[in-house]
Ligand binder design. Structure first.
Ligand code: DX5
Ligand code: ZN
Length: 215
């Protein structure tokens, strides 16, 4: 079944804990934390302190998405803050295999993200080492952007590639996910949906999660 990871990028940060509890009670499966450094992407967001505060707000797994340069410098801090999954961008990692193994040595599950224009081929030689592939369906940097449809075909390509290698990886999509774009992704093989604005801008979060699951 498809799992949902609401992104706290879209919360009212004056009420972070209440916002996280509201989606946990509504049936969310993970909490997605968007970390941006003002270099890899043109925005600055969350550091280990907010990840740690999120950890104390929920029992759900924390899915930490690092949109930062030189992620090796910060992976230990995010794992210590309570990250269960740490995802790095292939575009930011000249030694991707080394970075993936650093995440695992620190005790978290490892994910690799790629931007909408990046071909899936870059995943080929790390797929055996990772737990999750994150396909960006917007250019990373901001919440509330429009879904890029051309990224959908990469979902089935990753699914086939993982199947060929007998790898059972999460296929996560992130950016512009709502009740219209979610089915395009799940039909193509995505099994983990990140949604920020769609979930947090709605008062009835349980209904938002049900709609994303196609229920
Ligand atoms: C974009 C982030 C996304 C974003 C999703 O750079 O990685 O996780 O918060 O937000 P929505 O669902 O509003 O597109
Ligand atoms: Zn994200």
């Amino acid at each position: 079944m498809v799992k949902i990871a609401p992104s706290i990028l879209a919360v009212d940060f004056a009420s972070l804990k209440e916002e996280i509890v509201s989606v946990e009670e509504a049936g969310a499966d993970m909490i997605h934390i968007d970390v941006m450094d003002g270099h890899f992407v043109p925005n600055i967001t969350i550091g280990p302190m907010i990840a740690e505060a999120s950890r104390r707000s929920t029992a759900l797994p924390l899915d930490v998405h690092l949109m930062i340069e030189q992620p090796d410098n910060f992976i230990p801090a995010f794992v210590q803050a309570g990250a269960d999954i740490v995802t790095v961008h292939a575009e930011a990692c000249p030694h991707l295999h080394r970075t993936v193994h650093l995440i695992k040595e620190q005790g978290a599950q490892a994910g690799v993200a790629i931007n909408p224009h990046t071909p899936v081929d870059v995943l080929r030689h790390v797929l055996e080492d990772i737990d999750l592939v994150l396909l960006m369906t917007v250019n990373p940097g901001f919440g509330g952007q429009s879904f890029i449809r051309s990224a959908v075909e990469k979902i089935s390509t990753v699914k086939t590639l993982a199947g060929d290698l007998n790898r059972d990886v999460w296929i996560e999509v992130d950016g512009g996910i709502d009740d219209e774009t979610a089915p395009l992704c799940t039909r193509a093989g995505a099994n983990l949906l990140v949604a920020g604005s769609y979930v947090f801008k709605k008062d009835d979060r349980a209904d938002a999660l049900r709609k994303l699951r196609g229920e």
